[in-house]
Ligand binder design. Structure first.
Ligand code: ZN
Length: 203
């Protein structure tokens, strides 16, 4: 199973990190070892002083596909979820400054939170999906998938021109504005609409 992540997919998040708006989707990957096991706490790694939460809508691929036409992309996934793309922002900034790959900053153990999966039919129009991240009960990030630069089906078409998608692969579709540093004892709770999708304790 591979984890494919999209960077810079929401305009306001691009602005908060002072990044350039990309001409095509920014893609990176996390190894399967990055998945935080269910019910486990997230431990801030010792190599970072500035780990950020990035809440993102997730899609699980259900069958193999390559060069998927956008019109048929919806046939390749039945389930959606919400997750966190944990990012060691200090390390990422160093790597970006040197033009180096981001893997150490985004692919470390536990850096991929994957919440409970739900049938996509449960949520209506996936291109107009409200989601949010609460931190200690207060809204830290909220988004709506209608604000994505590239929608889910466009992303699947684009990704599959480079990488064969396989059953069980997970796509992280990018984060809206509001990313910030996590601290020990924080509790992060993710919602799609009114449904709680995950609950994570930071250590
Ligand atoms: Zn992200």
């Amino acid at each position: 199973m591979k984890i494919i992540c999209i960077g810079r997919n929401y305009t306001e998040h691009i602005a908060e990190l002072a990044n350039e708006k990309p001409e095509s989707p920014v893609i990176f990957m996390k190894p399967d070892s990055a998945v935080l096991p269910r019910q486990q706490d997230f431990y801030i790694p010792e190599f970072s002083e500035d780990v950020h939460h990035e809440v993102e809508v997730l899609v699980k691929i259900k069958k193999v596909g390559k060069h998927i036409n956008q019109r048929f992309a919806h046939k390749y996934y039945d389930e959606v979820s919400l997750g966190i793309d944990f990012t060691a922002r200090d390390l990422q900034a160093q790597l970006k400054a040197k033009g180096l790959p981001w893997e150490k900053a985004k692919g470390f153990d536990g850096a991929a939170v994957i919440g409970e999966w739900s049938p996509k039919e449960d949520f209506g129009d996936l291109d107009a999906l409200d989601f949010k991240l609460l931190r200690n009960g207060e809204v830290a990030q909220q988004g709506n998938t209608s604000h994505m630069l590239w929608k889910i089906d466009e992303l699947i078409a684009y990704i599959s021109t480079y990488f064969t998608l396989k059953k069980g692969d997970v796509i992280f579709t990018g984060t809206p504005a509001g990313v910030s540093r996590v601290s020990p004892e924080d509790r992060l709770t993710g919602y799609i609409q009114d449904r709680k999708i995950f609950d994570i304790n930071i250590k």
